[in-house]
Design a protein around this ligand. Sequence first.
Ligand SMILES: Cc1cc2nc3c(=O)[nH]c(=O)nc-3n(C[C@H](O)[C@H](O)[C@H](O)COP(=O)(O)O)c2cc1C
Length: 305
Amino acid sequence: MMPDLSVEIAGIRMRNPVMTASGTFGYGPEYADLVDLNELGAVVVKGICLNPTKGNPTPRTAETASGLLNAIGLPGPGVEGFVRDYMPFLRRYDVPVIVNIWGKTVEEYAEVAARLDRVPGIAGLEVNVSCPNIKEGSAMFGTDLLMFERVVTAIRAATKLPLIPKLAPNVADIGEFARCAEASGADAISLINSFPGMAVDIRTRGFKLANKTGGLTGPAIKPIALRLVWLAAKAVRIPVIGMGGIVTAQDALEFMMVGARAVAVGTATFVNPDTAIQVIQGIRDFFVEQGIRTVYEWVGSLRDE
Ligand SMILES: Cc1cc2nc3c(=O)[nH]c(=O)nc-3n(C[C@H](O)[C@H](O)[C@H](O)COP(=O)(O)O)c2cc1C
């Protein structure tokens, strides 16, 4: 019997538990010739804020051991530009579209959420409170509990869409942030965002990124992400979306086993655009091999006495 891979997250029904990680899959059209979007669990688009933004100067990326350091700085078309230029395309597909949002102030976050509230075809909002690459705002929303609570509460009041705050990894107690999200009205949480880092060049004696510091992603952060997802999932009842260094179905199955109901594939998509599809197929094969009938049977099945 074929296993049932479908899951529900925050009221969003997905045909399988594998989504794209924000910022690594553009807004959808960039990958549509390479990947059938309808095969994905959900498409999570690059972060959107109120007005069009340029992002950081180049170089914006540097490779590190088993990882990628980036300081893209959230360039984007702004909320109106996104709705006008990308939503008509995304509406042609039968896949949930989750819009990742960010702002420089609490009011800006709430305004972006309010403007997306009634746009047809948007399944939910993921809130980036944890981008380490912009000078003002975002980073402190993810690491200061009071600011985090304010921003989640304000967005909750501004929209009826499913709300998924994305937690920062560089906090002392991830459970505290997970519980705060739940208490402030979040329908699910996702984690982890990139981990702050930097790279330097001994020949030029300079920084490898124009922004000096950036966010580390890819396999290098997987053990960090796995621990934080495990801790966060134990702290709350709302569903958890796990990510950080997922390359294979085994990686995804590990995140789900420690408590994630769904996962996102990010940096690995830059190496092979087809990664998410291969991860879905690998999960299906493993479930067949193990006689597992549904995703729910597997989620949180870690032996953790
Ligand atoms: C180039 C790049 C851009 C990203 N942009 C965003 C973004 O706009 N919003 C966001 O919440 N996360 C963003 N992220 C973080 C990813 O969504 C994800 O949380 C992180 O990369 C960890 O997953 P991975 O190791 O599979 O890449 C970005 C990551 C990368 C590599």
